[in-house]
Design a protein around this ligand. Structure first.
Ligand code: ZN
Length: 245
């Protein structure tokens, strides 16, 4: 019975991973093309819309990852408030981007700073919630080292977001400024590193879930066919996910 839930988690992780990659690639390719053809304004107008459309499958990925889970497994089951927080914040963040896209199409780029700031705040909240959920799932289903990596990427992301806000509020101001060149690019570069790190973890999480579905230990890949104790004899990891499967 839990195998269906595991497949749902794997699908969610893959949706989130590939929609993020698609959104990033599409926006940047479009940005490069619009600059190449001397239409940088088109990038500002349509970039948000492209990003919003391409990231829609990721929203369903977050919904899948924040599904409740088996009720008899406290480590895997997500409480209702947390479930609503994960899915709700993700949905709110996506709708915020839709509103941003509509506002840009109707009123142009004049409120960009306000939209960008609110989307950043919601985005950080969403990333922290989703990563916490991934850490919870990784620690009970897959492997302790993946759970620790999810924790590290959460801290790195929070530190970076804090630095981003400080720069945004104190150095650049809502309308931007000359310090943009250095601080902005440095933070963006670090942000891309953390972002890729998170995506690699998502991919490894999905592949480990596949290992568990195939009847192997998520930590050491030992074949658990016929195992009744619920504990991997090779590494001692509790393989509770396969109970009742
Ligand atoms: Zn094992």
């Amino acid at each position: 019975m839990n195998v269906d839930w595991l497949k749902r988690l794997r699908r969610g992780a893959r949706l989130l991973l590939w929609s993020q990659v698609a959104a990033y690639l599409l926006v940047n390719v479009f940005g490069a093309l619009s600059v190449f053809f001397g239409q940088p304004q088109a990038y500002l107008t349509w970039g948000v819309l492209i990003h919003t459309s391409a990231s829609l499958p990721g929203l369903f990925g977050v919904f899948a990852l924040s599904s409740r889970g088996p009720r008899d497994e406290p480590g895997q089951c997500l409480s209702e408030p947390l479930r609503l927080a994960c899915g709700g914040v993700a949905a709110f963040g996506w709708l915020l981007h839709v509103a941003w896209a509509v506002s840009t199409l109707v009123a142009g780029d004049q409120h960009r700073a306000a939209w960008e700031l609110s989307s950043r705040i919601v985005g950080v909240l969403m990333v922290v919630l989703v990563l916490s959920r991934m850490r919870q799932l990784a620690s009970t289903l897959v492997a302790a080292h993946l759970a620790r990596s999810f924790l590290s990427v959460t801290y790195a992301y929070m530190a970076l977001a804090l630095a981003d806000y400080v720069v945004f509020a104190l150095v650049l101001g809502p309308d931007g400024g000359g310090a943009d060149m250095f601080c902005g690019w440095a933070l963006t570069g670090l942000g891309v590193v953390v972002w890729i790190w998170g995506l690699v973890l998502l991919g490894r999480f999905a592949s480990r879930i596949g290992t568990v579905i195939a009847g192997h230990c998520g930590n050491c890949e030992y074949d658990l066919t016929g195992n009744v104790s619920g504990v991997c004899p090779e590494c001692g990891t509790e393989a509770r996910a396969l109970q009742g499967a």
